[in-house]
Design a protein around this ligand. Structure first.
Ligand code: AMP
Ligand code: TRP
Length: 338
């Protein structure tokens, strides 16, 4: 039977498949939340979604093995708490589905060394590591392509820093199909509309390693302590100086967390100097804390019930493994493996 083309499948109510990967960093900040998790959570009803905590990718750089289980566990539950409802998507841990490494090998035989050596993330990371560069770091994009193709994902929501890796995955699908026959769809990237949040210093993007972030688990007081001292429009030195909301990082956060009337109130107040930065920051704090409160609550609930979390993990892995087995069997047939 021939596969109906995408347009006809969509007309028939086919939900397109989505896949994305999450690094097991443990700490998740509001940049990850608005730029990734909240965006994904908004896709659960319209797409067939699969999300994976990528512990095998985390092995490509030095790490403490005894810290890994805790990091994977925390990342897993914080993503559920922040909206990846396991009743409405498949959430699992990468290494629980070993089929991905076999597909990775097959794709490695279709990948070009030249293309891999042009990956900017590889160049950046290997520079930082000095002489300690593993072959795993070099082939990181192949494992990522295997993640995506193993589930025949059509749409991959990622940050713009992953554009090159996504292009690599598309190329891997094309190369496999050209060599062994049509097997995998070419995945397409989907970027979040929320701009990158800058860190509290407003110098570099918000990131855990720069310690300029607000974690998803911080309460109102902690958020206020950070926001009240955070950088704003540098030209607005005194309260009487009018400001330019568009260049203020706090305003970007405001747009990500507040209702339109509050955003308008701040924009107008800032431009006319009728409110001070602290007045604006208080609103942002209230709205951010209100949105994050249920996330913290859900996190606490899950953290207190590790048995339940293990069950969710096992269910996610089982669901993913079933699809992985089917798709890997097809890839093996295409490649002529007995
Ligand atoms: P990372 O673990 O830092 O690579 O972040 C994972 C994902 O979170 C990225 O691919 C982005 O989609 C999102 N993200 C990370 N940092 C930010 C930020 N500062 N602002 C907005 N989105 C971010
Ligand atoms: N490389 C991605 C990142 O650092 C994580 C990732 C691994 C991923 N496998 C993936 C993202 C598959 C999308 C699809 O953010």
């Amino acid at each position: 039977m021939t596969e109906p083309n995408q347009a006809t499948r969509r007309e028939r109510g086919h939900r397109r498949s989505v896949f994305s990967g999450i690094q097991p960093t443990g700490v998740v900040h509001i940049g990850n939340y608005v730029g990734a998790i909240r965006h994904w959570a908004g896709m659960l009803d319209d797409y067939d979604c699969t999300f994976c905590v990528v512990d095998l990718h985390a092995m490509t750089v030095p790490y403490e093995p005894q810290e890994m289980p805790q990091k994977v566990f925390e990342t897993f539950i914080i993503n559920i708490a922040a909206g990846l409802d396991p009743e409405r998507c498949c959430l699992f841990v990468q290494s629980h589905v070993p089929q991905v490494t076999e597909l990775c090998w097959m794709l490695m035989t279709c990948s070009s060394m030249g293309e891999l050596s042009r990956m900017t993330q590889f160049k950046d990371k290997s520079e930082k590591l000095g002489g300690q560069v593993s072959a795993g770091l070099f082939t990181y994009p192949v494992l990522m392509a295997a993640d995506i193709l193993l589930y025949k994902a059509e749409v991959v929501p990622v940050g713009e820093d992953q554009t090159q890796h996504l292009e690599f995955a598309r190329e891997a699908a094309r190369a496999f199909n050209a060599r062994f026959g049509e097997t995998f769809p070419e995945p397409e990237a989907l970027f979040s509309e929320v701009p990158r949040l800058m860190g509290l210093d407003n110098k570099q993007k918000m990131s855990k390693s720069l310690d300029n972030h607000i974690s998803l688990l911080e309460d109102r007081d902690e958020i206020w302590a950070k926001l009240s001292t955070a950088a704003t429009d540098p030209a607005r030195v005194r309260r009487a100086d009018p400001g330019t909301p568009e260049i203020c990082n706090i305003f970007t956060m405001h747009k990500a967390f507040s209702p339109p009337e509050d955003i308008e109130w701040s924009a107008h107040g800032c431009r006319t100097a009728s409110i001070g930065c602290l007045d604006c920051k208080r609103r942002v704090t209230d709205n951010m804390a209100a949105e994050l409160e249920p996330v913290r609550e859900k996190y606490r609930e899950l953290a207190a019930d590790p048995g339940r979390v293990r069950e969710i993990m096992a269910e996610g892995a089982e669901n993913a493994r079933q699809r992985a087995r089917t798709n890997l069997a097809e890839a093996r047939r295409s490649a002529g493996l007995l």
